[in-house]
Design a protein around this ligand. Structure first.
Ligand SMILES: NC(=O)c1ccc[n+]([C@@H]2O[C@H](COP(=O)([O-])OP(=O)(O)OC[C@H]3O[C@@H](n4cnc5c(N)ncnc54)[C@H](O)[C@@H]3O)[C@@H](O)[C@H]2O)c1
Length: 252
């Protein structure tokens, strides 16, 4: 166990699997108390239990991140238990790639609700609690898609570009309260979520275009999240960190 986040109190949305699960794990391994928030209650509790089994401190919270109350319930509970709240990772999302003509109101609202509105509510709820704690770090998981024009991903690219924009604005508003707001923009990472949208042929194409010659692992993203959550990055705010093996900047 390390001490880079010793006694910090964190909440990770979409923490039951994939990138969120890895971030929750590394935060706990570095001494933080972690709230694992997910819409799937049982899976969130399983993730929290496996963190506790590994000697860490974790609680699970169930709720839909597109609703503001989901954040206030979890943040209030953590603040009541530990007297502080320091780190929020806005990671959860529901995504489907679709051609423009196949976008429905239901899929549009669900993607925007989970991928964009959630970040707004998370920041709005976390900021006062972090201010009471003397500052904090908010990490929004955006995507390389926020910089790119991925085919059949108009809503996803738009949602993630929006997250990059709100990250910059929120960093200006919250700097005076010593709250840093940064984004991580992953390239393709092998998770359950990405398997639904990116088939084998697309994956091979992406690997071929990536200077580092591979897709990302969840640990690539959790390492960046740890850096942005920790005191190693106290002068970094409003930034968007691509963690993509170089693919976004590669021209081919
Ligand atoms: N995997 C990739 O290649 C990749 C690339 C770039 C960016 N990202 C971003 O990283 C983040 C995590 O991606 P992932 O691949 O680990 O996703 P994932 O789909 O594997 O996991 C998402 C988690 O969010 C939860 N969730 C979904 N809707 C929710 C809701 N309404 N309320 C609460 N929880 C909800 C799910 O239950 C799940 O546990 C996302 O923001 C995604 O856009 C992923």
């Amino acid at each position: 166990m390390g001490e880079r986040l010793k006694d910090k109190v964190a909440l990770v949305t979409g923490g039951a699997q994939g990138i969120g699960r890895a971030i929750a794990g590394i935060f706990a391994a570095e001494g933080a108390v972690v709230g694992v928030l997910d819409i799937r209650a049982e899976e969130a509790e399983k993730a929290a239990q496996s963190i506790r089994d590994a000697g860490g401190r974790a609680h699970s919270y169930a709720g839909d991140v597109s609703q503001r109350e989901t954040f206030s319930t979890a943040v209030d509970a953590l603040e009541k238990l530990y007297g502080r709240f320091d780190i929020l990772v806005n990671n959860a999302i529901w995504v489907r790639y679709n051609s423009i003509d196949a976008i429905t109101e239901k899929t549009l609202l669900r993607m925007v609700g989970t991928g964009f509105n959630s970040v707004v509510w998370g920041i709005q709820v976390a900021a006062p609690a972090m201010t009471r704690s003397g500052g904090g770090s908010i990490i929004n998981i955006a995507s390389a898609a926020g910089f790119l024009g991925i085919p059949s991903a108009m809503v996803y690219c738009g949602v993630k570009a929006g997250v990059l924009g709100l990250t910059r604005s929120a960093s200006v508003d919250l700097g005076g309260s010593k709250i840093r707001v940064n984004a991580i923009a992953p390239g393709s990472v092998v998770t359950e979520g990405v398997t639904i949208n990116v088939d084998e042929a697309m994956r091979a194409k992406r690997i071929a275009r990536t200077p580092m010659g591979r897709l990302g692992g969840v640990e690539d993203i959790s390492a960046a999240a740890l850096f942005l959550a920790s005191d190693d990055s106290t002068f970094i705010t409003g930034e968007s960190l691509l963690v993509d093996g170089g693919v976004t900047h590669a021209f081919s």
